[in-house]
Design a binder for this molecule. Structure first.
Ligand code: NIG
Ligand code: FE
Length: 412
C-alpha cells in the first residue's frame, strides 16, 4: 500500500473507456498538478488533487513525498526481439565502414547470423540473457512488453525461442505478449525456394505454436528479399483461422503494397513504416490498424524516420516502440525513443508520451491493465527526478530523468 503525495504533475489521467488517441487528440495529455495517488494490491486505487486528500483514510500506507517530481504511467514497449543469442557489434563496425544493413545481410550477417547462433544456444542461456535485458528496460521505465521469436527459422529453434518467452511470462513482474515471427528471413538453405519455407511456417510451425499456446500474435518481415505481400497474406489468413492477430514488419525499406493487405486482413498493428505512400495512408484511414514507429531503428541504421506528422494529420493514431534487437536497434530504452520522436520526428512531448503509453497499450491489447493513470490499472509507474515538467524529459535526452520505477506498486 502506497500513498504518493505532493506530486508536481500526475500525467496521463484517463477514464477507462479511453483506449486510443488519434490525430489532433494526440496533442492532449490530461494531467493534474499538485496531486496524490494511492495504490493497493499492485493496482492504482485512487488519486486526486492535494486539497482533496484526507490522509486519515489511509492507515499503514508507505508515504512517498513527490515534491517537484512527475508521476507517469510506465512506458509500454509493443515491439521487441529481446530473446537473442549474443550481440552483433561486428556488423555495426562493418556498417560504420560503409556497408548498408542490406549488404551486411547479403553477406550472411543480419538475421541469419542471429539464427545460426540461436541454433546453438540453450533455453537456459537464452532465458538468462533475455531476463537481464528485461530487468534493464524495467529499470528504464518499461511496464509491459512484447517479445518476438524470429531468430529460430527452424521449427525446433522457433519453438525454443517461444518457450523461453513463455518462461519469461511466468517470471516477469510485467505483462509480456509473445509474437511468432517464423517469417523473419528465408533460411540460407531455402533461399531458392522461399515458398517451401513459408509453407513450413504456416503448416508445420504455426499449428505447433498454437497447440502449445506459445503466442498471442504472428508477425512477418514483409519486404523485398524477405517475404512478399502474397506470402504474408497467406500467413495472416492461416493465423486468423487459429484466432491469432497480426503485428507485421512493413515498409521498412520499400513500400510494396503490404499496408493495404494488412488493413484487409485486420492486423492489430503495422510496424516500421519508414516509407509510406499516399495509397498506404488512404488504406489506413479506413481501418483500426495501429501504426507503430520505431525511431531508434531509423537512428541506428541511418534510414528515414516514420512520417509521424503525416500520420497524425491524417487523423490516425500512432504508437512508439523500441524494436530492441541485436542488429538494427541494440537498445530498449523507451526514454530515448520518446526523445528521438520529438527531436527527429517533431512530435510534441504530449504526442510522444501518448504514443509510448496509452496507444502502445492498445497495440498490445493491454488497455485494461496499463498505459494510463486510471483506477484499477496496474500501479506500473515512473517517478521522475525533480524536473520543470514533461517537456524536460525528451529535452534532457541521454540522461536518466527517472528517480524510481514502481511495478505493481513495488519499487522495481
Ligand atoms: O525490426 N526488420 C526486421 N527485423 C528487425 C531487425 C532484426 C535484426 O537485424 O536482427 C527489425 O529491424
Ligand atoms: Fe522488429
Amino acid at each position: 500500500m502506497k500513498l504518493f503525495v505532493n506530486i508536481k504533475n500526475l500525467v496521463q489521467i484517463r477514464e477507462s473507456s479511453v483506449k486510443i488517441v488519434k490525430g489532433q487528440s494526440m496533442a492532449e495529455l490530461p494531467s493534474m498538478s499538485n496531486a496524490w495517488l494511492s495504490t493497493e494490491d499492485g493496482k492504482i486505487t485512487d488519486f486526486g488533487s492535494m486539497n482533496t486528500l484526507d490522509e486519515s483514510r489511509f492507515t499503514n500506507h508507505d508515504r512517498i513525498d513527490c515534491t517537484g517530481r512527475l508521476l507517469l504511467p510506465c512506458w509500454i514497449d509493443s515491439h521487441t526481439h529481446i530473446v537473442f543469442a549474443g550481440w552483433r557489434e561486428t556488423e555495426f563496425v562493418d556498417r560504420l565502414k560503409g556497408l548498408s544493413y542490406e549488404e551486411v545481410a547479403a553477406r550472411g550477417g543480419g538475421i541469419l547470423n542471429s539464427a545460426r547462433r540461436m541454433q546453438e544456444a540453450s533455453e537456459d542461456e537464452l532465458f538468462d540473457q533475455a531476463m537481464e535485458r528485461l530487468q534493464e528496460v524495467i529499470s528504464q521505465g518499461t511496464g509491459a512488453i512484447e517479445i518476438k521469436s524470429g531468430y529460430g527459422l527452424t521449427t525446433d529453434s522457433e519453438l525454443k525461442m517461444l518457450r523461453v518467452i513463455k518462461r519469461m511470462k511466468e517470471h516477469a513482474p510485467i505483462p509480456i505478449k509473445a509474437t511468432f515471427l517464423g517469417a523473419h528471413a528465408i533460411p540460407a538453405e531455402l533461399k531458392d525456394s522461399p515458398d517451401t519455407y513459408v509453407d513450413q511456417v504456416i503448416n508445420e510451425m504455426l499449428p505447433k505454436v498454437v497447440e502449445e499456446d506459445l503466442a498471442e500474435y504472428v508477425d512477418a518481415f514483409c519486404e523485398k528479399g524477405y517475404f512478399s505481400v502474397e506470402q504474408t497474406q497467406r500467413l495472416l489468413e492461416a493465423a486468423t483461422r487459429f484466432g491469432l492477430k497480426g503485428k507485421i514488419h512493413i515498409n521498412q525499406f520499400n513500400a510494396i503494397g503490404g499496408v493495404k493487405m494488412c488493413v484487409e486482413q485486420s492486423a492489430l498493428s503495422i510496424d516500421h513504416l519508414e516509407v509510406l505512400t499516399e495509397e498506404d495512408l488512404e488504406a489506413l484511414k479506413e481501418s483500426d490498424v495501429m501504426p507503430v514507429a520505431l525511431p531508434s531503428c531509423s537512428f541506428f541504421l541511418g534510414i528515414p524516420y516514420t512520417p509521424a506528422r503525416q500520420i497524425m494529420d491524417a487523423g490516425l493514431p500512432l504508437t512508439l516502440a523500441t524494436d530492441y534487437n541485436p542488429g538494427s536497434t541494440p537498445t530498449g530504452n523507451m526514454n530515448f525513443i520518446v526523445s528521438l520522436a520529438c527531436i527527429r520526428m517533431k512530435m510534441t512531448p504530449e504526442e510522444a508520451i501518448n504514443a509510448a503509453t496509452l496507444n502502445a497499450a492498445a497495440a498490445l491489447e493491454l488497455s485494461d491493465e496499463v498505459g494510463s493513470i486510471t483506477k484499477g490499472k496496474r500501479a506500473n509507474l515512473i517517478l521522475t527526478k525533480p524536473v520543470s515538467g514533461i517537456d524536460f524529459l525528451p529535452y534532457h535526452f541521454g540522461s536518466n530523468n527517472i528517480e524510481q520505477v514502481y511495478i505493481n506498486g513495488q519499487k522495481a
